[in-house]
Design a protein around this ligand. Structure first.
Ligand code: XMP
Length: 515
């Protein structure tokens, strides 16, 4: 495995993802993590991330002593390179101006990290290296950087000023492969099958003969987590799926088929539509909807769990980005925009031990594991769906009739996008592809004409966004023909809708969901 020390770069998770894509296991640690925790990984090498600081700044993160004492290979990226150079007697200087964006590096002679010739890279730095530490040589230069890459091959220590982890450095993957696989000799054994095998062993050892409960939401993470635990312990696992009546078209049937029929999971489906809709009757305020749904969900889940008797564990679909982010800077002071609610969230007064089998996996790894476990593509490649479901996409009052209308319009839109290869499995891996797309039913009616008759019906908005992290998002530039076809089909096929608009706001200032 490779240990990645995080010095505060916005790209640290990308470094880890790129290394995992090489099927080499790696973990991210804060730069000041206790030494024994990092060493417990038994790393074959270290990658030092970039970061916003300058090595001479007061309070700037420092290089922990164990890294250079270990004599293991080290790759410093940007600030990570400055830090290593600084510690080994090199000289870092505040550059006259910052360099941000594309650049071209020149490599005079083939070396351990880089092939000879020029290649495009992505730069983002203020400081730069002026004098090499002893034993190091220049591996690459760029017009603005006399040392774009450096190395001491005998000591297996390397540094790059550019960012090999971002897409804008096309040769970055090869550089990371040379470092992780060739220089560190880390085994590329992190495959879906080995991930599953390790998880299964761990779960069996931990659970023994005890009983496990899982809240299945139909989302990718909870589905894969449940399937993985089921593979380990079979019918010691019970899944509970709460149908709150706010699901997408055929979603419940898909979940039942995948778990009960295909995998043989002992799945309890709670039909709670009536209960949720009656609690939500007449409620139009978005925060109030969210509050009621969160609370009703917990009550319903709790009641079901009590019926099952003593349960020892609860499965959670926590994935690695959640873990990394929660150990990062404190965001609790950020202003609340929406009260997020996760179906599958822990009922506060039920006491379980948690099983989090996806805790060290990135989303793409979760999907690969899901496929290897035999989950159907429509679950594995499902776009994210908010815990409160269609409630936050059905603006105004929630009635079964309006929800049905929304469900049918939504299925037309997402179906057309999938058909066009813009959403779902076919779209995966393609950059700038749609990350999330849905229909929102608006609380307005407008006048139309159909045949020779006046109509006065509801309007829907189509929403499709591209995003890397869902914190910011851009509206998707969908083909006009596709938009036209979707509008036409919705108005013709869904009774009660006579107008379709396309949402062209990005986030910020809008959010992705409408409520
Ligand atoms: P917004 O609307 O805040 O959404 O731009 C960002 C992402 O979060 C999803 N979302 C939720 N997910 N529970 C969830 O699990 C929620 O309450 C919730 N609200 C929004 C949204 O679909 C988008 O992917």
């Amino acid at each position: 495995a490779i240990a990645i020390l995080d010095f505060g770069s916005q790209y640290t998770q990308l470094i880890a993802r790129r290394v995992r894509e090489l099927q080499v296991y790696c973990e991210i640690f804060p730069w000041d993590a206790p030494q024994d925790i990092v060493l417990a990984l038994n790393p074959k090498g270290y990658i030092l991330s970039g970061g916003p600081s300058s090595v001479y700044e007061d309070g700037a993160p420092t290089l922990p002593g164990y890294v250079l004492e270990s004599s293991l290979p080290v790759l410093g990226i940007c600030y990570g390179m400055h830090l290593m150079a600084h510690n080994l007697g090199g000289h870092v200087q505040g550059a006259d101006h910052r360099e941000f964006g594309p650049a071209t590096i020149e490599v005079a002679a083939e070396n351990d990290l880089l092939p000879v010739g020029s290649q495009p890279v992505w730069m983002s730095h203020g400081d730069r290296l002026e004098a090499l530490p002893q034993g190091f040589e220049v591996l690459a230069t760029s017009p603005a950087c006399p040392v774009a890459a450096m190395g001491n091959p005998a000591a297996r220590r390397y540094g790059v000023q550019f960012h090999p982890e971002v897409h804008h450095t096309p040769g970055g993957k090869d550089l990371l492969r040379r470092f992780a696989v060739e220089i560190c000799q880390a085994a590329p054994s992190w495959t879906p099958d080995s991930i599953i095998q390790q998880a299964v062993e761990q779960i069996r050892a931990r659970v023994g003969g005890r009983r496990v409960l899982s809240a299945v939401s139909g989302g990718v993470d909870s589905s894969v987590a449940t399937a993985l635990v089921h593979k380990a312990i079979g019918n010691q696992l019970t899944g509970v799926f709460v149908d709150h009546g706010l699901l997408r078209l055929n979603e419940r049937e898909q979940v039942e088929a995948a778990f009960r029929r295909n995998l043989g999971v002992n799945l309890i489906v709670v039909d709670a539509e009536e209960q949720f809709l009656s609690k939500l009757s007449g409620v139009t305020d978005p925060e109030e909807k969210r509050r009621i749904i969160g609370e009703t969900f917990i009550r319903t889940f709790e009641a079901e769990a009590r019926k099952l008797g003593e349960m020892d564990f609860l499965v959670q679909g926590t994935i690695y980005p959640d873990v990394v982010e929660s150990s990062g800077p404190d965001r609790s002071k950020a202003q609340k925009i929406k009260s997020h609610h996760n179906v599958g969230g822990l009922p506060p007064d039920l006491k379980f031990e948690l099983i989090e089998p996806l805790r060290y996996l990135f989303k793409d790894e979760v999907r690969a594991v899901g496929e290897a476990l035999g989950l159907p593509a429509e679950l594995v490649w499902r776009q994210p769906f908010p815990g409160p479901g269609l409630a936050v996409r059905c603006l105004g009052e929630l009635t079964r009739e309006r929800l049905d209308r929304l469900r049918r319009a939504d299925a037309i839109f997402t179906g057309e996008l999938e058909q066009a290869g813009l959403l779902g499995k076919k779209a995966a891996g393609v950059e700038k592809v749609i990350s999330q797309a849905f229909v929102a039913l608006l609380p307005v009616r407008s006048v139309g004409v159909m045949g020779d008759c006046r109509t006065y019906e509801e309007a829907v908005a189509l929403r499709a966004v591209t995003t890397d992290d869902f914190m910011t998002a851009d509206w998707a530039r969908l083909p006009y023909d596709l938009l036209g076809r979707v509008a036409n089909r919705i108005v013709n096929e869904v009774k009660g809708i006579n107008r379709v608009v396309y949402d062209v706001t990005s986030k910020p200032p809008a959010t992705i969901e409408w409520e």
